[in-house]
Design a protein around this ligand. Structure first.
Ligand SMILES: [Zn+2]
Length: 395
């Protein structure tokens, strides 16, 4: 095989070679345009704003930076959604579970059944837990209630500009770290996809919106505001006769939240392996108790198949307990899935990621094996969305 293949490459005319070249597949060509170093650079860029907590100057500066990056990638029709955020009175129970054990609970958030060893989870609120004084200072401005913004840009479809898939991740974080994994890793993934798909030679039949939610950590307030404000605008040409659709009809929403760390279950002493496990996978979840469960499940399998064909290192697993992320507000309106390092309920919720909402969620915490899991999720979404939107490359 190898010899005859090589002979064919050496001896065949150029046209015949092109017929068998792997880059004849536009999806493959696009996937190869993703790059580990570029992905890492974008995560690193996001960490310059610390934990990017909502309602702070560092959060607003990060939104400005993200918008400038999107425009520099050629996704230049950036817009912002505006909403107001007023926190509910504190109950003492942090989202993502109390700082203590969840006891003998037999059902995880989202509906899964926890197995094996569990470690404690929670949100760090203690500044002094951050030993890096520079970062402690950077993360020190508290959140103020009031107006909020989140940024998006859209690749317009050639033949169906009135229909779109939404690719999302949340850009806000907390915990007195750098929010490198939660959710710099998902935000950078969506930004890298915006870069690749905005290349001037890329055409899609349908539209794709790239959106970086704010206020996820306070209870998906940013994505809820988007659904509330824009659901009824779907598919309307505005102005009439213009061929412009400010809110194309939603075909699916794909969220990316914590993409890097799959080191396995906590050990008996509560610690987690320092190494990415060789069995690491991308977890694609839909919510079985949602109105669009059937459509969401179908979408999840498209992503699993795209992973199998195009992702270079890590496989994907499909689960039915999507929860606690920005695809939630969409799940009764349209097909909605999330991609993650682990299942949110039975894995992350039971302590599989010791950096979750902690001062150790830093760029420097993660290795290339971790970053590569995020890159494989990017390959998965890029390959799936390229096929779903009918991608082609201008010669
Ligand atoms: Zn998150």
């Amino acid at each position: 095989m190898m010899v005859s293949g090589l002979a064919a490459m050496l001896g065949a005319p150029a046209d015949a070679q092109r017929g068998t070249a792997p880059n004849d597949d536009p999806v493959q060509t696009l996937v190869t345009r993703l790059d580990l170093e570029k992905y890492k650079d974008t995560i690193k860029g996001l960490t310059q704003f610390g934990d990017r907590r909502q309602g702070t100057d560092r959060n607003r500066a990060a939104i400005d930076w993200i918008e400038a990056q999107l425009r520099s990638f050629g996704c230049s029709n950036t817009e912002r959604l505006h909403y107001d955020y007023q926190p509910l009175p504190q109950t003492g129970q942090g989202r993502g579970g109390a700082a203590g054990q969840r006891g003998q609970s037999q059902t995880a958030q989202g509906g899964g059944r926890p197995r094996g060893i569990r470690a404690r989870t929670g949100v760090n609120t203690d500044p002094n837990a951050q030993p890096d004084l520079r970062l402690r200072e950077l993360d020190s401005q508290p959140s103020t209630p009031g107006p909020r913004e989140e940024v998006y840009c859209t690749k317009i479809g050639i033949t169906h500009p009135d229909e779109m898939y939404i690719l999302g991740a949340h850009m806000d974080g907390h915990g007195w770290g750098e929010a490198a994994n939660d959710d710099g890793s998902g935000t950078a993934l969506v930004m890298e996809l915006a870069r690749v798909l905005s290349s001037p030679d890329v055409r899609t039949e349908r539209s794709i919106r790239f959106i970086l939610w704010n206020n996820e950590e306070t209870g998906t307030n940013g994505s809820r505001a988007y659904v509330t404000q824009r659901q009824a605008l779907q598919g309307k040409e505005d102005p009439p006769g213009s061929g412009k659709y400010p809110e194309p009809k939603w075909l699916g929403m794909i969220q990316h939240d914590m993409m890097l760390f799959d080191h396995g279950m906590p050990r008996a002493d509560g610690t987690v392996s320092p190494e990415q496990r060789p069995e690491a996978d991308v977890n694609i979840e839909f919510q079985e108790n949602s109105k669009f469960a059937a459509q969401s499940q179908s979408l999840a399998w498209v992503f699993a198949a795209a992973n199998e064909k195009y992702a270079t290192d890590y496989p994907a697993s499909v689960g039915r307990h999507m929860t606690n992320t920005d695809s939630g507000p969409f799940q009764d309106v349209v097909a909605a899935i999330s991609l993650r390092e682990n299942e949110r309920g039975v894995h992350i919720g039971n302590g599989w990621d010791p950096h979750w909402h902690q001062p150790t969620d830093l760029y420097a915490t993660f290795t290339d094996k971790d970053f590569r899991l995020g890159l494989n999720a990017a390959q998965t979404t890029l390959a799936a969305i390229a096929q779903l939107t009918g991608v082609s490359l201008k010669k």
